[in-house]
Design a protein around this ligand. Sequence first.
Ligand code: THU
Length: 141
Amino acid sequence: MNSIDRLFEAAKAAQARAYAPYSGFPVGAALLADDGAIFSGCNVENAAYPNGLCAESGAIAAMVIAGERRITDVLVVGGAGGPLTPCGACRQRLFEFSNDETRVHLADAAGPVEVLLLRELLPRAFGPHDLAIHQRDDNTR
Ligand code: THU
């Protein structure tokens, strides 16, 4: 199985665990880190609606806990069945651990349907490169 198919399977498995009783819009996300490891997440909603977490956020947290810092590919699946793109806040969260080649795969229930670059989804992004801290920390761009 190639890495994008593995991402799809991981995202689908995460989607099946989503906690989305309020929106009824379960989402799964999976990240491929540059060492080949895959990390997944699902949305976790909350009765206090704004406290809900997106699927991408959970996947990013799992990646960071494992010590990884670079995303090569992201795949998102969920919701009403059609392909969806990461929300604006998650584009920014993904950007933190991305580079110019980081790809975003959009999937429907049957599999990946489209691939975009993260930088196409978040042009002229503000990021670590804008802060002096990037000169001290080669874990960021
Ligand atoms: N959601 C995600 O988890 N990721 C996205 O990229 C888009 C939206 C979640 C948030 C909320 O739980 C539900 O989908 C409806 O917005």
